[in-house]
Write a protein that binds this ligand. Structure first.
Ligand SMILES: [Zn+2]
Length: 191
C-alpha cells in the first residue's frame, strides 16, 4: 500500500470506529458487528483479521504436553501414540497385569510407562493476538434468544475491538519506517 493512502485509511478507520461506538450506545449489536467488518476491510491483507470459529478454537485450545522421565523433554501429546506392552511373566505376576500402557519419547526413544508419566497442561491466555477471531454470534429470536445474542455480541465485539486495535498498531508501525525511508531518499536526491 502506498504511504499516501495512510491518511485516507485513518479517516476510514475513525469513521467505522465511530459508527461502531454509536451502534453500541444504541444497543444496535448487528450494526456494531457490521462496523467491525468494515474496519477490518480497511486493513492491508497482512493485518486483516480472519473470522473462523474452528481455527480460533484450535488456536486457543488447551495443549497437553507429556514429559519424558528419561530426557525430561516435553512433547506435544497430539503426536504421541500409546500402546500396550506385553509384560514378562515375572513382571506380570508382580503387577497382576498382563500389559502396561506405554509411549515412546520421540526425542530419546525411551519407552515410558503411561502410569508414571507427568502430563503438563498449557493454556493460552488472552491478551494474545492471533489474527483470527471466531465468527460473530448469530441473531436469535424470542426474549431469551435476544438476550443471549446481546450478551454474546457484546463479548464478541469486545474481543474483536481488542484484536483490531492490535492490528491497527501494527499497520501504523509498518508505515513509519516507510515514511522515514522515503525522507532519507529525498535527502539523497536533493544533495
Ligand atoms: Zn525422552
Amino acid at each position: 500500500m502506498p504511504q499516501s493512502q495512510l491518511p485516507d485509511l485513518n479517516t476510514l478507520w475513525l469513521k467505522w470506529m465511530d459508527n461502531c461506538n454509536n451502534c453500541l450506545l444504541k444497543q444496535d449489536y448487528l450494526g456494531a458487528i457490521a462496523s467491525v467488518f468494515h474496519i477490518n476491510a480497511v486493513f492491508g491483507s497482512d493485518n486483516r483479521i480472519e473470522f473462523n470459529t474452528a481455527k480460533y478454537n484450535e488456536l486457543i485450545k488447551e495443549q497437553m504436553k507429556i514429559l519424558c522421565s528419561h530426557c525430561k523433554k516435553e512433547t506435544n501429546c497430539d503426536g504421541i501414540k500409546f500402546y500396550d506392552l506385553l509384560l514378562s511373566d515375572i513382571a506380570s505376576m508382580l503387577t497382576n497385569e498382563k500389559y502396561i500402557k506405554v509411549w515412546k519419547c520421540p526425542n530419546c526413544n525411551t519407552t515410558n510407562s503411561h502410569k508414571d508419566t507427568e502430563f503438563i497442561k498449557e493454556t493460552f491466555a488472552r491478551p494474545r493476538y492471533l489474527g483470527v477471531l471466531p465468527d460473530p454470534p448469530e441473531q436469535s429470536f424470542g426474549i431469551t434468544g435476544r438476550r443471549g445474542f446481546e450478551r454474546k455480541a457484546r463479548s464478541w465485539i469486545r474481543l474483536a475491538l481488542d484484536e483490531i486495535s492490535y492490528s491497527l498498531g501494527v499497520e501504523r508501525r509498518e508505515y513509519i519506517p516507510l515514511l522515514e525511508r522515503n525522507e532519507v531518499m529525498d535527502d539523497v536526491d536533493n544533495n
